[in-house]
Design a protein around this ligand. Structure first.
Ligand code: ADP
Ligand code: ZN
Length: 435
């Protein structure tokens, strides 16, 4: 396998050295936070820990967790750990699951974040010869500026497209010979669909790779996007609270995303008890940021459900890998007592030959939960007779029942009738919470 790294000495550092580096940084970071953030000091005092108790990463579990609720409570700057004049930028979460949260950055914080994104770009084979089309949203959302900064570090010709205006995306992609596309997977699927409609074949564009993330997507969706754009699609993970995209990224092995462990320590906990689970368990992902100056979070509960592995990777990187997040604990639907993740539904739909354009509607009728799934037909499936459509719906219902353990109602709808997303897709409408 061809070796490609942006910072080889860090990305391939022996695990023991990496952990020693983490320990050294953790001790410093805990002091920084304790001395500069009264809210944190109070949390630590409540748990009876002082910086003296934290001597290495083995002591990490002694620290209190911090949650999105704490971030909201301290909005807008209660967790700021440096004087405001040291900060050069803010970003904010997309607000997918509630009120937005604001994160502050010093120039040093931006530099490290850009490095993380640069590692992700180089892992796809990116170099200064590439034309990087950044079709994540620019602005408060971290997607655009993050990959943009990474593109500059690598020396790519960076196209700051932002999201939307799909015809212009395709025009620039074609006229400027873009080689790497960065956007949400749902927008990548939409661009693929638009290319097909314009009669542009996958092999006719110059793209060779895509860096897609910021929302959950399945392996099935990956194959769909790879086919429609004629590229290799790489996953990237991140969250505003820790910097943005680039907390973890996929290498060419594509068996999970390497977490940039020189900057972040990852743990998996039982979301109900807070207990740290052994390596390989499924649970909630918790991160400690080791280098952030302005907005350092210790043991931040992401609510993303995930698994970590430290198996040797053929790419030569030593950093721990996370699987594709299986969804957020707050994405999980509980329907008639059964846990359902939208990703399970997506897997069935694509395996049964449908597009990734769907919407899940959950409601409660006569004290009973109902789940309806609107699924778009592909243009060549649209000619079916009514009988044909009913048969298709029944077949899909049976496949979904087998996967989920509960029976949803399926409604096949006309092509293009479900709204496309240029950013994060809205997959679920849960009317139960609206009553
Ligand atoms: P918000 O929480 O408002 O959406 P962000 O824009 O910071 O704020 O999004 C971060 C969240 O996006 C993560 O916690 C995770 O749930 C999701 N996410 C980011 N990247 C991925 C990815 N590659 N796969 C699945 N989910 C992702
Ligand atoms: Zn690897």
């Amino acid at each position: 396998m061809e070796k490609r790294y942006y910072q080889p000495e860090i990305e391939t550092m022996p695990v023991a050295d990496l952990q020693a580096l983490q320990s050294e940084k953790l001790v410093k970071q805990v002091r920084h936070v304790y001395n500069n953030v009264p809210y944190y000091r109070a949390l630590m005092e409540k748990k009876g820990v002082t910086p003296d108790d934290i001597r290495s990463i083995a002591d990490l579990h002694k620290l209190p967790f911090i949650t999105k609720a704490d971030l909201r409570e301290t909005y807008p700057d209660g967790l700021l750990a440096v004087p405001k004049e040291e900060c050069v930028r803010i970003h904010s979460t997309s607000g997918t699951t509630g009120k937005r949260v604001i994160a502050y950055y010093t120039q040093h914080d931006i530099d490290l974040w850009d490095d993380c994104c640069a590692r992700a770009i180089v892992a796809t084979g990116g170099s200064k010869k590439d034309v990087l089309q950044v079709a994540y949203g620019y602005g408060l959302f971290t997607g655009g500026m993050g990959l943009h900064g990474g593109g500059h570090k690598v020396g790519c010709m960076t196209l700051p497209m932002s999201s939307g205006n799909t015809d212009r995306q395709i025009q620039f992609m074609t006229d400027l010979n873009a080689t790497i596309l960065c956007c949400t997977p749902s927008y990548a699927a939409y661009i693929g669909e638009s290319l097909r409609e314009q009669g542009i074949k996958p092999e006719e564009n110059t793209l060779r790779a895509g860096i897609f993330g910021a929302e959950p997507w399945t392996e099935e969706m990956r194959h769909d996007i790879e086919k429609s754009l004629g590229i290799k699609a790489y996953d990237i993970y991140g969250l505003t609270e820790l910097s943005g995209p680039g907390v973890a990224f996929e290498c060419e092995a594509q068996t999970g995303m390497h977490i940039n462990e020189d900057h972040f320590i990852a743990e998996i906990i039982d979301p109900d008890t807070g207990e740290v689970l052994p390596l390989g368990s499924v649970g909630e992902l918790v991160f400690t940021s080791l280098d952030k100056e302005a907005f350092p979070l210790l043991r931040y509960r992401t609510r993303d459900i995930c698994r970590l592995t430290r198996e040797e990777c053929p790419c030569g990187r030593t950093h721990i890998k996370m699987c594709k997040p299986m969804g957020r604990s707050d994405d999980m639907l509980i329907i008639r007592g059964v846990n359902v993740f939208p990703s399970q539904i997506e897997t069935v739909l694509i395996n049964e030959g449908y597009s990734p354009n769907y919407q899940i509607l959950v409601d409660r009728q006569n004290h009973n939960d109902t789940i309806d799934i609107n699924v778009e037909l592909l243009p060549d499936q649209f000619d079916d007779t009514v009988k044909g459509i009913v048969q298709r719906e029944e077949k899909l219902e049976a496949a979904l029942r087998a996967m989920l353990g509960i029976g949803p109602r399926v409604h096949l709808v006309a092509p293009k009738s479900i709204q496309r997303s240029e950013g994060k897709a809205v997959r679920v409408i849960d009317k139960r919470t609206l009553h």
